[in-house]
Design a protein around this ligand. Structure first.
Ligand SMILES: [Zn+2]
Ligand SMILES: [Zn+2]
Length: 134
């Protein structure tokens, strides 16, 4: 794991992270418009915008927590990957798998839903058998 990031999770106050990724989704407006990358916390497993969690001066940690909880988190919850069977969010699934010492790679598969453009997601907790062959 890289050591160059000074990470502070505004969600659970951990300073350990899993990985940093470039934003997959593009927002045309709202607070996420300027978010370039996210850092996944290794305790609460949430993807946190790096502008709220990376190299933040101690003086501003409270501001970041407030921004996260009041502004960013509600938006993140609306768009976050969620299981179509158990309705758990991706971070709840990863936390569960991690606690049970199950790999957190590929936590979802998609099923075809003709009514929607994207398939429904089914998680590894609901259908562990589906992940065994891979
Ligand atoms: Zn966290
Ligand atoms: Zn599920």
């Amino acid at each position: 794991m890289q050591k160059d990031i000074n990470f502070n999770c505004p969600n659970c106050y951990s300073n350990k992270y899993k990985s940093k990724t470039t934003m997959g989704k593009k927002y045309n407006d709202g607070p996420y418009k300027d978010v370039v990358s996210e850092i996944q916390c290794s305790r609460c497993f949430m993807d946190i915008p790096s502008n709220l969690s990376e190299n933040i001066n101690k003086k501003f940690l409270d501001d970041c927590r407030k921004l996260w909880n009041d502004v960013y988190k509600p938006i993140h919850k609306l768009d976050a990957a969620k299981c179509s069977k158990c309705y758990r969010y991706y971070w709840e699934i990863e936390k569960f798998l991690f606690k049970n010492k199950i790999s957190t790679n590929d936590i979802f598969y998609q099923t075809y839903n003709p009514k929607k453009n994207i398939g429904d997601l089914v998680c590894k907790i609901c259908d562990p058998e589906a992940f065994k062959s891979s």
